[in-house]
Design a binder for this molecule. Structure first.
Ligand SMILES: *Cc1c(COP(=O)(O)O)cnc(C)c1O
Length: 392
């Protein structure tokens, strides 16, 4: 027998392993100099109380014959999908509950949705990129094209009309660059996708971080309902990285190759998936209550203050960056023409601060560096003090 040899085409991604190795080696050699970790891509604040209460109540329901729940609906319970539909309406986007599918998070759907499209589909991603979109398509043996996101376009790539694509992955606000598409920029992608008969898989995992008039959903754009699927996550906005919860939206009028895309995805889900547990669905619905929204806003504001601290320091130092405003990520240009890894080593050794080298996310990340705002205020303030002293 043979394995799936597409796996041979995966480029080993040592980014986080290399960061961990360099950091732990430094820490072992300098036990007197504790590191400040500004590279973490995981949240650090605990779950909102409304979610914990809902999880407890959901667990209690399972303990009694009258309230016990077995297999859930594949697409999620009605009341959860209704709550999500109302959430979209709160920022002016109409998505009906029967176009929403509750999931165990955005990573799975972003990796699996391509299964319903032909193996010959030409995939287009931006560079730098969240690695899941690339690796999942390499595993499927697909050809991948890259749209450069760089300093010239403000890390918001535009479609190249001379290139055809079938499946397009967009992430806004972006991980890793923190840049968010404007309405016009996103409209250009929607028009391109409709013209090319392509489908956009739109990752809105960070939509709740948006503070300006950047679109919170691709469905805020005219024409998106005939070309886009949106995936979203409770992970970064509500602290669900370990609890697991998200949702995917597929408009009923999205049709390709004579097939309804929602129906195909539903068929695929019901074959390979048995849904999200009752306590977690209760917790997801609780987040979309008034109290839930207030609690997640408090948590997000805590991270926003960290991002502001980082941005204020970079402004003072005259260092260019994107993100921070609509995103927990700040993406900075390495000073003095340094490379990503050169800057990583420099601040590790000089000020014991750890971040993420941008080139780990693609060629266009060379010479750029990512800080996250998911740490504590104390550590963020201290790290930025040290940055000012070192580079000021
Ligand atoms: C963190 C993250 C996700 C979240 O994935 P989950 O499976 O919901 O935890 C999705 N997309 C991007 C770009 C992310 O950074």
């Amino acid at each position: 027998m043979k394995i799936n040899h597409n796996f041979d085409n995966l480029v080993p991604n040592y980014l986080f392993a290399d960061i961990a190795k360099k950091s732990s080696e430094y820490a072992a050699a300098h036990p007197d100099k504790p590191l400040i970790r500004m590279g973490i891509g995981d949240v650090t604040l605990p779950l909102p109380k409304v979610a914990v209460d809902a999880l407890k109540k959901g667990a209690e329901d399972l303990a009694h014959k009258e309230s016990f729940k077995g297999y859930p609906d594949y697409e999620g319970y009605d009341f959860v999908r209704e709550a999500i539909s109302k959430y979209y309406a709160s920022f002016g986007v109409t998505v009906s509950a029967d176009e929403i599918l509750v999931t165990d998070g955005a990573k799975g759907d972003s990796a699996n949705l391509s299964e319903i499209f032909s193996q010959d589909s030409v995939v287009l991603v931006t560079d730098p990129v969240y690695p899941v979109y690339v690796d999942s398509n390499i595993m499927a043996g697909r050809k991948i094209l890259y749209a450069p996101s760089n300093e010239e376009n403000g890390f918001c790539a535009a479609p190249d009309e001379s290139v055809h694509a079938d499946l397009i992955y967009l992430c806004s606000p972006n991980n890793p660059t923190g840049a968010a598409f404007s309405k016009d920029q996103l409209k250009a992608w929607v028009d391109y996708a409709n013209k090319e008969d392509a489908v956009i898989i739109y990752d809105a995992a960070y939509e709740h971080f948006i503070v300006d008039d950047s679109p919170r959903s691709i469905f805020a754009i005219e024409g998106a309902r005939t070309c886009a699927i949106e995936i979203c996550s409770m992970s970064k906005t509500a602290g669900f990285t370990g609890t697991r919860g998200g949702y995917t939206v597929i408009p009923k009028e999205l049709v390709r190759d004579g097939h309804n895309i929602y129906d195909l995805w539903y068929r695929r889900l019901s074959t390979k998936y048995n849904g999200v547990s009752w306590p977690v669905q209760c917790a997801i619905a609780a987040i979309f209550s008034e109290q839930g929204m207030a609690e997640i806003d408090d948590n997000i504001n805590y991270y926003r203050e960290n991002a502001s601290t980082i941005m204020a320091t970079l402004d003072k130092l005259g260092i260019e960056y994107t993100g921070g405003k609509n995103s927990p990520y700040v993406w900075m240009k390495c000073p003095k023409g340094m490379g990503s890894w050169e800057f990583f080593d420099y601040i590790l050794e000089e000020i014991q601060v750890v971040g993420t080298p941008g080139e780990g996310f693609g060629d266009c990340g060379k010479g750029w560096f990512r800080f996250t705002s998911f740490g504590s205020h104390e550590n963020t303030v201290e790290a930025m003090k040290r940055m000012e002293k070192l580079l000021g």
